[in-house]
Design a protein around this ligand. Structure first.
Ligand code: C2O
Ligand code: CU
Length: 491
């Protein structure tokens, strides 16, 4: 499929607007802004020369409207399922949670990276069918960060997100707003995801050879969408811009760079600002990871700059002077990030990625800690304690591992002896620990667990006790057992 490049403007998702105010028992005596996010089927052109593509989206758009929140200003969202009764993508009914006795179309929204109570976190089994809605509350009591929201329904998350159920959720705070970073219309979300798109504009989702069990372990598209468009362009002024890169893909990781050797300055990762800006030629993002980057187009009037994913140009910036000037400069430091001390951890959990505990089970299944989703909870941190999780990757692939509720720091990655593990479940390191790179030294909520490595993270488990989840963010893995509940026990 050869399509003309850079003929459509980059879509900027609309800002979500409150539909009213409402009281909520979690915030006595307060009226909170109420948003309503209705999931609807709709059609849109992903490219000027393609017929319209049927999709699902929050607010009938893809990506959905951007939610803008301010730290410590709680808000309410009513998530409403107004989708059709039938799914348009291939459900695998042999997958746990997607059996034939369940409605085909089920949704539950999760704000990725938000610290919320269990009832508002979008627990995968708390899905609801078309015609139903649920009210969630978001305290926004956390640092400024680029979060995103997406579907999380048990056994069909990969299909619901692929269909278009995703959007950006941005939290601002005073500290960040005092830094003079590009703001307003110079601060834009750039949501990246790939899709398999046919000539007729239809979205395709790959299937296995077995019509009874169509699940596949990965889904890579033939087209990379930027805010829902193929090869868009954006007119910019000769000044600095802040782009919030979000990898919303099912499987693919992105290696982003700019043409002409222009560098990107990374200022934030998943959970907000880094301690200091990091100049980079290339920004790698695994599914669900975010990077806020500042690009400086000063002095480039009339020039075109392309954004590349590996060697392919996927988007173009066109610099045009409209007389506005950028007076800000990049601060040398952005915030203080206190490193969590490993000695403060009350526990080091050794958790395998991709182990089978039942030899007779499906060969394609990947599990966490050797356990299925439905096994009793084994990860049960106590509120306000610090834990280390050592994730032992037994597979040949990297898995982006995500914990709900908490932010964490990456301690290290360290090679280990797979044979020793398989023989006797003992962890034998075979080389020195590799410390995180500067852009991984900030707060994270998703971490790349490399093959052959133990990836160690440290987190303080603050929040409301109850049930949350942790999982691989390759959506095909997440849907097929690479997800486990965790229970936050009261202090
Ligand atoms: Cu981005 Cu459990 O989710
Ligand atoms: Cu995985």
């Amino acid at each position: 499929m050869t399509l003309a490049r850079f003929v459509d403007p980059l879509p900027l998702p609309a800002l979500a607007k409150p539909v009213g105010q409402r009281a909520h028992p979690a915030y006595p005596g307060k009226q909170l802004p109420l948003y309503r996010m209705e999931m609807r089927a709709f059609k849109t052109q992903l490219h000027r020369d393609l017929p319209a593509t049927p999709l699902w989206g929050y607010g009938g758009t893809f990506p959905g409207p951007t939610l803008l929140a301010q730290r410590n200003h709680p808000l309410l969202i009513e998530w409403a399922n107004a989708l059709p009764e039938k799914h348009f993508l291939p459900i695998d009914h042999t997958i746990h949670g997607a059996e034939r006795d369940k409605p085909q179309v089920r949704t539950v929204a999760h704000v990725h990276g938000a610290r919320v109570s269990p009832s508002s976190d979008g627990y995968p089994e708390e899905w609801f069918a078309p015609g139903h809605a649920t009210l969630s509350h978001y305290p926004n009591a956390q640092d400024a960060a680029t979060l995103w929201y997406h579907d999380h329904a048990m056994g069909i998350t990969r299909l619901n997100i692929y269909a278009g159920l995703l959007g950006a959720y941005l939290i601002h705070d005073d500290a960040e707003q005092s830094l003079g970073l590009p703001s307003g219309d110079c601060d834009l979300p750039l949501i990246l995801c790939d899709r398999l798109i046919a000539k007729d504009g239809q979205l395709y989702y790959p299937v296995s050879d077995d019509p009874q069990a169509p699940w596949v372990s990965e889904c890579n598209g033939n087209a990379i969408l930027c805010n829902g468009k193929l090869f868009p362009f954006l007119e910019v002024e000769p000044r600095r811009y802040r782009l919030r890169l979000i990898n919303a893909a099912n499987t693919r990781f992105y290696e982003m760079s700019l043409s002409g050797g222009l560098s990107l300055t990374q200022i934030a990762s998943d959970q907000g600002l880094l301690a200091a800006p990091v100049s980079r030629q290339r920004v790698t993002l695994y599914p669900a990871e975010r990077a806020d980057v500042v690009i400086d187009f000063s002095g480039m009037d009339g020039k075109h700059v392309q954004l590349r994913q590996q060697a392919e140009a996927i988007m173009e910036f066109r610099v045009r002077d409209r007389g506005r000037r950028d007076t800000g400069t990049m601060p040398a430091t952005l915030r203080t990030i206190e490193r969590l001390a490993p000695a403060s951890a009350v526990r080091d959990r050794v958790l395998s990625l991709g182990e089978q505990d039942d030899a007779g089970g499906s060969a394609m299944m990947m599990m966490l800690g050797g356990k299925h989703w439905s096994a009793p909870v084994t990860e049960d941190p106590r509120q306000d304690t610090t834990e280390i999780w050592s994730m032992v990757n037994l597979t040949g692939d990297a898995h982006p591992m995500h914990l709900h509720l908490v932010r964490f720091q990456v301690l290290e990655r360290r090679p280990f002896d797979l044979f020793a593990w398989n023989e006797s479940k003992t962890l034998k390191y075979t080389g020195p620990a590799i410390p995180p790179t500067p852009e991984e030294m900030g707060w994270k909520d998703t971490v790349r667990a490399d093959p052959g490595m133990v990836t160690r993270i440290i987190a303080r488990f603050e929040g409301e006790p109850g049930r949350y989840v942790w999982h691989c963010h390759l959506l095909e893995h997440e849907d097929n057992e690479m997800m486990r509940p965790f229970q936050l026990l009261p202090a």
